[in-house]
Design a protein around this ligand. Sequence first.
Ligand SMILES: [Zn+2]
Length: 429
Amino acid sequence: MRDALNAGLIEFLKASPTPFHATASLVQRLEAAGYQRLDERESWATVPGGRYYVTRNDSSIIAVKLGKQSPLIGGIRMVGAHTDSPCLRVKPQPELQRQGFLQLGVEVYGGALLAPWFDRDLSLAGRVTFRRDGKVESALVDFKLPIAIIPNLAIHLNRTANEGWQINPQNELPPILAQVAGDERIDFRALLTEQLAREHELNADVVLDYELSFYDTQSAALIGLNGDFIAGARLDNLLSCYAGLQALLSADSDETCVLVCTDHEEVGSCSACGADGPMLEQTLQRLLPDGDDYVRTIQRSLMVSADNAHGVHPNYADKHDGNHGPKLNAGPVIKVNNNQRYATNSETAGFFRHLCMAEEVPVQSFVVRSDMGCGSTIGPITASHLGVRTVDIGLPTFAMHSIRELCGSHDLAHLVKVLGAFYRSRELP
Ligand SMILES: [Zn+2]
C-alpha cells in the first residue's frame, strides 16, 4: 500500500502544478469514485448517502460524503488542507526584452524560498481567460516543457555569494524564455493564444487575462539510498490534499465526511474561495439542517487541519525545541501553539492521539522554540469561522516553501491510515 500511495502522490504532484490544476486533479479522482458536481449557482437536491463536490474559482474544492443518517446525530468529520504553494506569478504586462533576451516579469506569490528557483528547468501553467465568439471563457493551460530558466550569476562575478546574498525579486527573478532579434517584439498573450490552440484545439479571439505560475519540470521522486524520502515541489500542501483524498475515498462509513482544500493559504486565506472566506460555511449551510440544528451539528463535529510540519534537520537541529523535534518517517505531528497560531486544544489533540494509538500509527508533537515566531494554518481560521473544534496536524518535512521540498516516504501511509480512521470513527468526543 505504501508504494502505491507514494506513486499516486508523485503522479498527483505532476498533474497539479497550480491550485487550478490541483483542483482539477481532485475533481478527476472524485468523479472516478462516483462523486457528483454540485453547482453553487443552482439549487441542490442531495440525498442521504450521496457523494458530492463543489468548486469555487476553479482553485478550491469541497468534497462531501453525506452520511446515511442525519449529520445532526453523529456530527461531521472534516479534513482541511490547501491547494496553493509559494511560486512566481507572471505579471499582467510581463514582456521584458533586454540584451536580446525575452524575459517575463514575475510577482512572488507567498513566502517563497527564492534561492532554489535559480538554475531550474521551469515551465508555466495556470488559468487563461479569453474571448471566443463574443463570450468570455476560461481554460487551464500547462506548457509542460521546460520553457524558461533563471540562471545564477557566476561566482566570479559575485565573490561573496556564499556568504549570504540578498535576492532582489524585481531585478533578479525574471526568467529567460528566449533569445530574440533586436527589432522583434514578442506578445505574451499571442503565445497564450497559440498554447490554447495547441492544448485545447480552441481558437480564442483574444486572451483577456490570466493567472499563470512558473513551476519546476523535474518530477517528484523517491530519494535516498533506501528510498526513505520523497523530494518534490508543492508537498506543502498537496501532500495533505492527497492524503485527505485517499482517506476519504477509502472510508466507507455511515458518517458525514468532508474534505476541504482551499486556495490562497500562503497569502493569508482572505478571498472568496480561501479559508477566510465563506465557502465552507455556505456549503455546510446548504447541506445541513438549519437554525438550532445547524449549530448543534457543528458542535458535534470535528476538523482535522492538515498542513506540513517542520521536521528536525540534522544540520540545523538547534532550530527546534529539544523536546519537540519531529522526525521524518516517525508519523504525523500534532501542532500546538497556545497563542492560537494552531487551533489544537487538549481535547482535539487527545482524540487525534487516541486515533493514532488505535491504528498503531506513530505520532509526534511540535511546539515552536519559545524564542521564535510560529507559522499558522487554515486551522485557526476555520475554527473561528465555523466555531468547530479543530486539531492542527501534518507530516514532517524539510525545505518548506522551496521549489523542491522533502518528506519521508513512510509518512504518507501513516497519515492516510489515521485520517481514514477519523472518517470512519463512530464517535467524536
Ligand atoms: Zn502549508
